[in-house]
Unconditional design. Structure first.
Length: 280
């Protein structure tokens, strides 16, 4: 395992502390981790939803969350089916980027990337760069159907040949899908040094089914703002040219391996792995 990246840990902790839009466990949302997930998805370790309560008023009135949620219904989740992007959806993408670029978290990310010569100082240029990394469509497999983009994969989730769930590493999407009974939470995957997660944990490894398919293990931040995740993944993506990058960082009490995969000049996938879970 790669040793801890101290520079990124320090930066990400600064972002964590300045993430004023982050939802607080026990106050803005309540989760019930319930039982442990089985090895397959035959056993359901959780009879109830993962999210018992989420402050939707706060979500709707926080610009970055509200503009983020408006993007979640813009995609065709099956890979291999070409995406159609309407002018209205392009406008929604731009509204979301404008909203996150006003936050202290994204300002700090931008400053850091400018210092590293990985982004220009001009905000409009930086916004175009983010658009390209996250929203530019590409073909997930060989072929010419532009069926995917980084945002869709990481935040919305995709299905492959009706057999496999790809991506879906975002708690807001998880909550909204669970509310519509599209997601069935099956239980947590434990960390080695901690018998079970608790309701205050803001990074979880979990198992769930979605659209009738199983995700044996998916890890996600819980409560963080969309701009926080965007900032972290963008920084790791731009710092490396490798097709898969693993950075070990410590954010708050969580020892994480941040995984970011490239798809050419775009994000293929990105997610946190809680170190000390049995899935490493």
């Amino acid at each position: 395992r790669k040793s801890l990246n101290h520079e990124l840990s320090q930066l990400f902790n600064e972002m964590w502390d300045m993430d004023v839009n982050r939802f607080m466990p026990g106050k803005d949302y309540i989760i019930e981790v319930q039982g442990k997930a089985g090895d397959g998805a035959t056993r359901d370790g959780a009879a109830r939803h993962l999210f018992r309560y989420v402050n939707e008023e706060r979500m709707k009135s926080t610009k970055t969350f509200a503009t983020f949620i408006s993007l979640l219904d813009n995609y065709e989740t099956s890979t291999g089916v070409a995406e159609v992007v309407t002018p209205e959806e392009i406008a929604e993408n731009n509204r979301f980027l404008d909203a996150i670029l006003e936050t202290e978290v994204m300002k700090l990310a931008h400053q850091y990337l400018v210092k590293k010569n990985l982004a220009g100082p001009n905000l409009t240029d930086f916004k175009s760069q983010l658009y390209d990394i996250w929203f530019q469509l590409y073909a997930r497999k060989e072929g010419d159907r532009l069926d995917s983009c980084g945002f869709e994969h990481v935040f919305v989730g995709e299905t492959k040949r009706h057999k496999q769930i790809l991506g879906l590493h975002n708690w807001v999407q998880f909550y909204l899908q669970e509310k519509r009974n599209q997601i069935d939470y099956k239980g947590y995957v434990a960390r080695k040094n901690k018998s079970r997660p608790d309701k205050d944990d803001q990074v979880l490894s979990l198992q769930f089914t979605w659209k009738g398919l199983v995700k044996p293990i998916g890890s996600t931040f819980v409560g963080v703002s969309p701009e926080f995740e965007f900032a972290l993944y963008t920084i790791i993506f731009l710092l490396s040219n490798k097709s898969i990058t693993h950075e070990t960082v410590r954010i708050e009490e969580y020892q994480l391996q941040m995984v970011v995969c490239r798809h050419g000049q775009h994000i293929g996938t990105a997610y946190p792995v809680l170190l000390g879970t049995s899935s490493e």
